[in-house]
Design a protein around this ligand. Structure first.
Ligand code: ADP
Ligand code: MG
Length: 372
């Protein structure tokens, strides 16, 4: 674990000149009044600004985690950062579909037991899957955590294609179609009382990549806030959750949205002012491979079984980072018109689309968030 602290220097600097004259006592008195005023003024302005502290970790959710807060006490910050990390790590292990961990049943266990038997799991897995089912319904199936069979094929082709670009190829449509036969989310059987999950179809598997990071960040940020972390930023691979404001007086956090097309010189598409809200982006630049000069990214449209080609990125701003994550992936698989209607139907939720042409589209109140 690595901590980086940037000391914020006090801006005020007190100086006074010595007066040497025959009216020395008057001058000294004036000097004393002046110095006192300076000191008083300094204290009144709250010159002691808290230190910006930042911790980064590289092991969770296959991406970079950053925790930022303005806090005087370094140890206090380290304690919060460690607590947030530990909690995120628990989610990471529970939601992992590629690795097993001693002593826990995670989503890999559930996948391994598909068609065989229900698996007793932690409540956090049950809650995530219930949440995922909700969003499947709301988005008309555009995000489907039971889409693992199809996503696994793309994942394998992508990994091979990235390793050896000359041998990169596309999955045969037949194989994708066959896999798509095993993606029925209604066959994810959740028994809340027994706390078990059972995949009824032996050919199916779960992949929670579209929602797990945002969901975990949301749960952890709420827990941290309850424990006193009432002002901070938690970012897991660009899933950013602002907790409270930057300081006690309501100054918003600034969160940048990466430009998916930095060719024009701007690394950031926009910098937003956010207070107690999330900013989450899905983009084609995150994970992709190239076949015959064309890039194939990692968000797969359930209708075509191929990466959606409409956008370079979609970013969502709303309070809940689980919802922002679900939405950013789902909107990617909707036409702009559909996505706009959908976003406008959800209160306090805004989006910016970067179309494949490079054109930008905004929901009605997105611009309110752009840094003034
Ligand atoms: P990232 O996690 O890279 O920031 P997203 O939140 O958009 O980006 O999630 C992309 C991930 O979601 C993919 O890597 C894959 O695991 C999963 N995924 C892709 N397409 C779908 C889909 N149609 N339904 C559900 N999950 C998907
Ligand atoms: Mg997402």
């Amino acid at each position: 674990m690595e901590f980086r602290n940037r000391q914020v220097k006090y801006r005020g600097f007190i100086s006074y000149r010595r007066f040497v004259s025959c009216r020395r006592s008057i001058a000294l008195l004036l000097g004393a009044i002046f110095a006192a005023a300076m000191l008083f003024g300094l204290a009144g302005c709250g010159a002691k600004r808290p230190v910006r502290r930042e911790a980064t970790f590289l092991r969770l959710f296959d991406t970079k985690t950053t925790i930022i807060a303005y806090m005087d006490d370094e140890e206090e910050f380290a304690w919060y950062a460690q607590m947030i990390y530990d909690s995120l790590e628990e989610y990471h292990r529970l939601f992992d579909i590629y690795n097993s961990y001693e002593g826990i049943s995670n989503l890999k266990t559930v996948n391994d037991m598909a068609g065989k038997a229900p698996v007793k799991v932690d409540r956090r897995i049950i809650d995530l899957l219930k949440y995922a089912k909700e969003w499947y319904e709301k988005t008309d199936g555009e995000i489907n955590v039971a889409f693992g069979a199809v996503l696994r094929i793309w994942h394998d082709y992508r990994e091979r294609g990235m390793e050896d670009p000359d041998a990169a190829g596309l999955p045969p449509l037949e194989a994708l179609r066959e896999a798509a036969e095993h993606t029925d989310i209604n066959k994810v059987i959740i028994d809340e009382e027994a706390s078990t999950v059972f995949l009824e179809d032996p050919g199916m598997s779960l992949d929670v990549g579209a929602i797990a990071k945002g969901y975990a960040v949301e749960q952890v940020s709420r827990m941290a806030a309850e424990k006193g972390f009432t002002s901070g930023l938690i970012s897991v691979g660009g899933n950013v959750r602002a907790v409270g404001s930057k300081d006690g007086s309501g100054t918003p956090w600034n969160v940048g949205i990466q430009n998916p097309d930095p060719g024009n010189g701007n690394a950031m598409l926009h910098v937003l002012d956010v207070t107690d809200a999330s900013v989450v982006t899905s983009g084609i630049y995150e994970r992709y491979y190239t076949v015959d000069g064309k890039n194939y990214h990692h968000i797969i449209d359930p209708d075509t079984l191929f990466p959606s080609e409409e956008y370079k990125s979609v970013s969502i701003v709303c309070k809940d980072s689980g919802m922002a994550d679900a939405l950013s992936t789902a909107i990617f698989n909707m036409s702009f018109e559909e996505g706009m209607v959908f976003i406008e139907s959800i209160p306090d939720t805004e989006a910016v689309w970067v179309l494949s042409s490079g054109e930008l589209k905004y929901s009605s109140h997105f611009r309110d968030y752009i840094r003034k």
